[in-house]
Write a protein that binds this ligand. Structure first.
Ligand code: C5P
Length: 302
C-alpha cells in the first residue's frame, strides 16, 4: 500500500496480485475451499482518494479515465454491492466513534475487474487501511486483517506486512515471504471475466495435491527458468471449461518467449513470467498486435 497526504485528503495506491501457485486441497462444509496459494503483489494499482463528506455515509465515485482500455464489462458498482462501501460500513458497525462519519471516496480503476487479479479485494483492503488512518481509529494490522477476512478471502493478503505470501485456509491465513529479486510479468485480460464463485463451484479438490515448497525453493534461489515450468493453478481446468477466452489465452501464451505462463486466481487473466522487463514489454507488444485483450506489464513489489 502506497499513500500520501494531499491537503486534507488521503491518497492510497493499492496493488493487484498474481497467484504463482494455487492448489485446491479440500471442499469445506462452509461452502469454501481449503487452499494453498502463493500470492505476489505487482505494480499495477487502483487509486483511492479519501476526503471528508458532510453526510453520514460513504459516497463512492468511480472514475476510469486512466484505463481507457477497460471495457463496459468492467463497470464497477458504486453502491452497497461494492466491497469499498462494505468495508467502510464494517468499520462503522464495529466502532461507534465513526458510526455517523461520512466519507467521499474517489476510485481510479486500473486493475481489471473479475480477472483474478484481486482488484476488488485490494480496494477493500485499501479502504480498511485508509479509513483507519483517515478516521484515526488506531487499529493494529492484526485487527484490520480480522475485519478483512469478513469481507473476502483475499482481502487480508493486501494488508500483510510483505508484498508476497503463502496463503492458506480459504486464503485468509497469511505466511509472509520475501522475494530475493524482482519478477517481471506480462498480463492479458480478455474481454470477459469470470465469477470466482462459479469457478470454485466447477473445480475439483486435488487427489494428490501439489505443494508450494518446491516453487518457494526455486523462487528463493532465483531459478526463474525452472520456476516457470512449476507454475500451477488448480482452478485453470474449471475456468477453461467456463470461458473459451481462457484456453485461447493459454494457446497464445504457449507461443510466446516467456519462462512460464499461467492463469491468475479464478481467471480470466493470463500472465507470463519473463526473464526481464525488456522481454515483458516485447511480449506485451506482440499480444497487443494480435488481440484486443487488456495487456499490461508489471513487476513484483519489494
Ligand atoms: O471470499 P470471496 O468472497 O472472495 O469468495 C467468493 C466466492 O468464491 C465464495 O463465495 C466461494 O464460493 C468461492 N471461494 C471458495 N473457496 C475459497 C475462496 C472463495 O469456494 N477459498
Amino acid at each position: 500500500m502506497l499513500f500520501r497526504q494531499q491537503g486534507r485528503s488521503l491518497v492510497v495506491h493499492t496493488p493487484a496480485k498474481l497467484n504463482l501457485f494455487l492448489e485446491v486441497l479440500d471442499r469445506r462444509t462452509d461452502g469454501y475451499h481449503e487452499l494453498e496459494t502463493l500470492m505476489v503483489s505487482v505494480g499495477l494499482y487502483d487509486t483511492l482518494i479519501f476526503a471528508e463528506d458532510l453526510s453520514s455515509h460513504t459516497h463512492l465515485r468511480v472514475a476510469r479515465r486512466e484505463a481507457p482500455s477497460l471495457r463496459s464489462q468492467d463497470d464497477v458498482p458504486a453502491g452497497a454491492g461494492n466491497l469499498i462501501v462494505r468495508a467502510a460500513d464494517l468499520l462503522r458497525t464495529h466502532y461507534p466513534a465513526v458510526r455517523s462519519r461520512g466519507v467521499r471516496i474517489d476510485l481510479y480503476k486500473r486493475i481489471p475487474v473479475a480477472g483474478g487479479l484481486g482488484g476488488g479485494s485490494s480496494d477493500a483492503a485499501a479502504t480498511l487501511w485508509g479509513l483507519n488512518r483517515f478516521w484515526n481509529l488506531g487499529l493494529s494490522r492484526q485487527r484490520l486483517q480480522e475485519l478483512a477476512a469478513q469481507l473476502g478471502s483475499d482481502v487480508s493478503f493486501f494488508l500483510g506486512p510483505t508484498a508476497a505470501a503463502v496463503c492458506r485456509g480459504r486464503g485468509e491465513l497469511i505466511e509472509p515471504i520475501t522475494l530475493p529479486l524482482d519478477l517481471h510479468f506480462v498480463m492479458a485480460r480478455p474481454r470477459s471475466g469470470l465469477s470466482t464463485a462459479a469457478v470454485y463451484q466447477h473445480c475439483r479438490p486435488a487427489e494428490s495435491p501439489k505443494r508450494v515448497e518446491e516453487v518457494l525453493e526455486l523462487l528463493q534461489h532465483g531459478q526463474w527458468g525452472l520456476l516457470g515450468s512449476k507454475l500451477h493453478n488448480a482452478l485453470q481446468p474449471a475456468a477453461e471449461a467456463l470461458n473459451p477466452e481462457v484456453p485461447r489465452l493459454k494457446r497464445t501464451f504457449a507461443r510466446q518467449p516467456v519462462l512460464g505462463h499461467l492463469m491468475s486466481g479464478s481467471g480470466t487473466t493470463w500472465f507470463g513470467l519473463c526473464a526481464h522487463r525488456r522481454q515483458a514489454k516485447q511480449v506485451a507488444a506482440r499480444l497487443k498486435a494480435i488481440s484486443s485483450d487488456h495487456v499490461v506489464v508489471a513487476r513484483s513489489r519489494p
